[in-house]
Design a protein around this ligand. Structure first.
Ligand SMILES: C[S@@+](CC[C@H](N)C(=O)[O-])C[C@H]1O[C@@H](n2cnc3c(N)ncnc32)[C@H](O)[C@@H]1O
Length: 391
C-alpha cells in the first residue's frame, strides 16, 4: 500500500536518486559529461522547491520505504501535476495510476481542472495520461500540455436534460428568447456557443434562422441529433473559447449562464474574442447570465440555499476570493432519504466585468435587459440579457 508524506530537506538526496533512476530507466538521462552539472542544478532546485515553492513536494512510500517523488501545485482555478517519478523496481504496480486518480478526485471535488505537461520524447507517460482521460489543450517547444476535467455533461445528464414544455423548455421562455435572437440575426446566420441539446437552436432554426453550434459534450450533441440532423444544425465539437467554425455570422449567442462554465477570467476573455472572430462587423454577441448573489451571503457564511424542495436541494458554496461558486445539487429518491449529489462549478461575473471583457474583444454594450422581453434591468434583477455589438 503506498502513502504520501511531505518531503523535507533530509529527503533531497533520495529525490535526486529516484529522479536519476527513473530517467535512466526511460533512457532520458543527460549525457555523462553533463551529469555533474545536472546533479548540482537539481539539488539546488529541489531544496528551493521544498523550502518555499508554491508547489508541494511529497515522498511516495511503499510499506514505509521511499520509492518515488511527487510535485503538485494547487491554485484556485486548477491543480497542476508538476512531476511524478517512481523507482523502476516498483513501476508497473499501478502506484502512479492510483496517485493520478487521487488527484483527479481532488480536482473533481474542487470543480477545477487537473493540468500537466508531458515531454514529447516520453511516449509511455503520454499513453498513461491518454488512458486516464487527459486531452491536449496546448504545447510548447518541449512539452504537450494536457488537461483533465471531471465530465459533468455525461450521457446520464444529457438524456434527462430536456423537459419539453416545462421550465427552461416552456413556450413562454423559448418564445421570447427565439423571437429576440431572430430579430438580432437580422436575416444572417447564427452561431450558438455551447449549443447543448438544442433547447434554443432547434426552435430558432424552425423560425428560419440558419443555426450552427459549438459544443464540448458528445452526449449532449447526441441528444440534439434526435431532433435535428447535421445538415439542419451543424455542430463543431470543441471548446467555445478556442474552436473556429467555418463561415461568418451576424449573431453569436451564449445563453443559460454558460459563460460561467469557463472557470478562469482568461478563458472567459478568450470566449469573447472567439465570438468576435466569427462575427461580421456590426454583428451581435448575446449573453444571458445571472447576477452574482453575494448580497445574500452574511459575513462568515460561505453558502446559500437556492432551492429547498422536498425532492431537490440546491446549495451554492462561494469562494469569494477567486470568484468561484460551486452548485451542489442534492436529488432525493422517492423514499425521501437517499440522495444523489452532483456538483457544477462556475466562475461568477459581475455585469461590469462582463462589459470590460467585451471591450477587450472589440465589442460595445448595445442593450441590457432583465429578460428576453425587454423588461428593465435594475439593481434587483436576478439575471440579464446583454447584447454586444462588434465595432
Ligand atoms: C447549461 S447547458 C446549456 C445548453 C444550451 N445552450 C441550452 O441553453 O440549453 C451547458 C452546456 O455547455 C457545454 N459546455 C460547457 N463548457 C463548454 C465549453 N468550454 N465549450 C463548449 N461547450 C461547453 C456543456 O457541455 C453543456 O452542453
Amino acid at each position: 500500500m503506498h502513502t504520501l508524506r511531505p518531503a523535507t530537506l533530509d529527503d533531497v538526496d533520495f529525490l535526486l536518486d529516484v529522479s536519476i533512476e527513473a530517467s535512466r530507466d526511460q533512457g532520458r538521462l543527460p549525457a555523462a559529461a553533463d551529469e555533474p552539472g545536472w546533479r548540482e542544478g537539481y539539488l539546488d532546485l529541489a531544496r528551493r522547491q521544498i523550502s518555499d515553492g508554491p508547489s508541494t513536494t511529497s515522498v511516495i512510500e511503499l510499506d514505509g520505504r521511499p520509492v518515488g517523488r511527487l510535485r503538485v501545485t494547487r491554485e484556485a482555478a486548477r491543480i497542476e501535476l508538476n512531476g511524478i517519478q517512481l523507482d523502476p523496481s516498483v513501476q508497473g504496480r499501478g502506484i502512479g495510476t492510483a496517485i493520478i486518480r487521487q488527484l483527479q478526485q481532488e480536482a473533481a471535488d474542487r470543480g477545477v481542472p487537473l493540468d500537466l505537461g508531458v515531454e514529447r520524447d516520453n511516449p509511455n507517460a503520454r499513453r498513461l495520461y491518454d488512458r486516464l482521460g487527459f486531452l491536449q489543450y496546448a504545447e510548447d517547444d518541449r512539452e504537450d500540455k494536457l488537461r483533465w476535467r471531471h465530465d459533468i455533461w455525461t450521457t446520464e445528464l444529457a438524456t434527462t436534460y430536456d423537459t419539453p414544455g416545462i421550465g427552461m423548455f416552456a413556450d413562454d421562455v423559448l418564445g421570447p428568447t427565439t423571437a429576440r435572437l431572430a430579430e438580432l440575426a437580422a436575416g444572417g446566420r447564427a452561431l450558438e456557443l455551447a449549443i447543448g441539446t438544442g433547447r434554443v437552436a432547434v426552435p430558432l432554426a424552425a423560425r428560419g434562422v440558419p443555426v450552427s453550434g459549438i459544443e464540448l459534450s458528445p452526449p449532449m450533441i447526441e441528444q440534439l441529433r434526435t431532433k435535428a440532423d447535421e445538415a439542419t444544425i451543424p455542430v463543431t465539437i470543441g471548446d467555445m473559447s478556442a474552436v473556429r467554425v467555418p463561415g461568418e455570422f451576424s449573431l453569436v449567442y451564449l445563453v443559460f449562464n454558460t459563460i460561467s462554465n469557463l472557470l478562469t477570467q482568461e478563458e472567459q476573455v478568450a470566449c469573447f474574442r472567439n465570438a468576435a472572430r466569427h462575427l461580421t462587423p456590426g454583428g451581435h454577441f448575446v449573453i444571458e447570465l445571472w447576477v452574482p448573489e453575494l448580497r445574500r451571503l452574511p459575513p462568515g457564511t460561505p453558502a446559500t440555499v437556492g432551492i429547498a424542495d422536498p425532492n431537490y436541494i440546491l446549495l451554492d458554496t462561494y469562494d469569494v476570493l477567486n470568484q468561484h461558486v460551486v452548485s451542489h445539487h442534492f436529488r432525493f429518491a422517492d423514499d425521501g432519504y437517499e440522495a444523489t449529489l452532483s456538483r457544477t462549478p462556475h466562475r461568477y461575473i459581475w455585469p461590469a466585468e462582463l462589459d470590460l471583457m467585451a471591450q477587450l474583444a472589440g465589442f460595445t454594450l448595445e442593450s441590457r435587459h432583465a429578460d428576453w422581453s425587454g423588461t428593465e434591468f435594475t439593481a434587483d434583477s436576478p439575471s440579464h440579457v446583454s447584447v454586444y455589438r462588434l465595432t
